[in-house]
Design a protein around this ligand. Structure first.
Ligand SMILES: Nc1ncnc2c1ncn2[C@@H]1O[C@H](COP(=O)(O)OP(=O)(O)OP(=O)(O)O)[C@@H](O)[C@H]1O
Ligand SMILES: [Mg+2]
Length: 283
């Protein structure tokens, strides 16, 4: 598994690439164009378009089964696409060599919806999986790095030698986040990071994500069903529906949208109570 790369693995393969910018000059770090993905006759995504800007926390929502996880896995090249292009950190995936692709992959962190951690490995060993896969570091240095990541996500040092079965749901999510951050990525993909957590645990996790974005300069792509997260930490929201991004923008844009699903989701009873709490806090 350990591999010595022929180039400096931290080399920025995108350094020479043209930085793409959105209309207001913000750098685009992920650009998906006309993406079509399907399984047999089931077309899940049809000519979908999406841009993500550097430094933002993008909340990605949509009814269950609409293809949120499929989109994330396709962007990470874990699923094949029928057509369309994907550009990450200024690099077109299809246009790079295997070696450059590996360097690019290192700049992406992932927290999957299911199977967040390897159950047979301790937290420390889980965090070291990406390090072993991409870097050739001495064990002592990997131990030190794992300690740093454990601290960064707010886990106690003792968590390092625990197995996932010995952790609470919230601790597992934090440990999985530590693993996603193992290689100091630029862009992290989080698939339902707060599902299964109680509201307090979920809100602490949201605050952690926001703090890490601010301190590490991360860009965060977060699939979520959690309205609290959408209202409190997401800068922008994209809604998946009808095999496309139906609408994207701020919470205000969502509240003004007249699509039936978007309306019932963002203007439902639960959403209205969050808006009221926000207004109370602001006054
Ligand atoms: N590997 C696969 N093979 C065949 N069909 C798949 C595969 N992965 C996903 N699908 C199908 O793609 C569709 C979208 O699934 P996906 O997991 O992306 O939904 P989701 O939006 O993430 O839902 P949830 O909110 O419940 O997590 C579903 O119809 C699912 O059955
Ligand atoms: Mg999913």
């Amino acid at each position: 598994m350990e591999e010595v790369l022929p180039v400096d693995p931290r080399k920025d393969v995108t350094a020479g690439a043209d930085k793409k910018a959105g209309g207001d000059g913000t750098e685009i770090v992920l650009s998906v164009k006309d993406l079509t993905v399907g399984f047999g006759s089931n077309i899940v995504l049809d000519k979908l378009n999406l841009d993500i800007y550097r430094g933002e926390i993008l909340g990605f929502v949509g009814a269950s089964g609409t293809g949120k996880s499929v989109l994330m896995r396709t962007v990470l090249r874990l699923l094949p696409r029928r057509s369309g292009s994907i550009e990450i950190l200024g690099v077109e995936y299809d246009a790079v060599s295997e070696e450059e692709r590996m360097a690019l992959d290192m700049r992406l962190g992932v927290l999957f919806q299911h199977g967040a951690l390897f159950s047979s490995l301790t937290v420390k060993e889980n965090i070291q999986v990406p390090m072993r896969e991409y870097l050739n570091l001495p064990q002592e240095l990997m131990d030190e790095l794992a300690r740093l990541k454990i601290d960064m996500v707010g886990l106690a040092p003792e968590a390092a030698d625990k197995f996932p079965s010995e952790l609470s749901g919230g601790m597992i999510k934090r440990a999985a986040l530590a693993r996603a951050l193992a290689l100091d990525p630029d862009l992290v993909f989080l698939d339902e990071p707060t599902s299964g957590l109680d509201p307090i645990g979920a809100s602490e996790f949201d605050n952690l994500i926001a703090k890490l974005r601010d301190t590490l300069g991360l860009t965060v792509y977060m699939v979520t069903h959690d309205l609290d997260s959408l209202f409190s930490v997401c800068d922008r929201i994209a809604v998946l529906g009808k095999k496309k991004v139906l609408v994207e923008g701020t919470i205000e844009d969502m509240l003004a949208c007249d699509d039936e699903w978007v309306k019932s989701y963002f203007q439902g009873k639960r959403a209205r109570s969050i808006v009221r709490e926000d207004e109370k806090a602001a006054s």
